[in-house]
Ligand binder design. Structure first.
Ligand code: C5P
Length: 223
């Protein structure tokens, strides 16, 4: 593949965690660093793509030359993605979206009181499943971070969310997943192919993921 193999492609990437507010000073979130999504954004830009990065809060330096859309909650991320879907060729959902959010966000700080406090949660929308349902001839890629039954769970996401590829990684393995610079991934495709990749840097993995996306886009006539 040539360095400009994604020239002109409009690529939307989500990265990082989401924050679900409990009150004005507290939230629920996860350990996602955003490193994988940012690495993909940088690499896609190097390959000539027009990149939009919808990012939850991270400590990373924003890549140059791309359109950055900062968001906090899953609902904000959903809106940012759906608003831009029409003018997008490739969607890569590397964000660790919180599955649940507090049912009520208190307008004022929740004060210390009784010895127990019950926090009621409600389900967040599944952005990837929504995008998958209306993907048309776009290439849509999701991630699956699992601690057990990796292939079975990732296959369920591949078909259940109607996406073209799942990047699956067993986050219980050392050197894979959240907050490290390496990853050990398996790429699952809809034809049943499972490509097992060795441990590699997230930058290098970003390149492999974009190689496969370019092939998928070519097959759909989107490259
Ligand atoms: O179901 P699970 O959260 O493990 O699926 C992971 C994939 O789905 C990731 O690509 C993630 O970005 C996406 N996702 C989403 N919206 C959610 C939950 C997950 O887009 N509410």
């Amino acid at each position: 593949l040539t360095p400009k193999s994604m020239a002109g492609r409009r690529v939307l990437i989500t990265a990082g965690p989401t924050r679900e507010e409990i009150d004005p000073i507290r939230y629920i979130s996860n350990y996602s660093s955003g490193k994988m999504g940012y690495a993909i954004a940088r690499e896609a830009r190097l390959r000539g793509a027009q990149v939009t990065l919808v990012t939850g809060p991270t400590a990373l330096t924003l890549p140059c030359g791309i359109d950055v859309v900062p968001v906090n909650s899953a609902e904000e991320m959903r809106r940012a993605v759906l608003e831009r879907l029409e003018r997008t060729d490739v969607v890569i959902k590397a964000a660790a979206v919180a599955d649940y959010r507090p049912k009520v966000r208190a307008a004022a700080k929740v004060k210390k009181g009784a010895s127990e406090l019950v926090l009621e949660l409600e389900k967040n929308p599944d952005i990837l499943a929504e995008v998958g349902a209306m993907k048309g001839d776009r290439v849509v890629v999701g991630f699956a971070a699992e601690t057990h039954d990796l292939i079975a769970n990732a296959t369920k996401k591949l078909t259940g969310k109607n996406v073209d590829m799942i990047v699956a990684n067993d986050v219980s393995q050392e050197g894979a997943g959240f907050n490290v610079d390496t990853n050990i991934a398996k790429l699952l495709l809809r034809d049943g192919t499972v490509e097992e990749l060795p441990k590699m840097g997230k930058d290098e993995l970003a390149g492999v993921i974009l190689d496969r996306i370019t092939t998928l886009a070519e097959a759909k006539g989107r490259a």
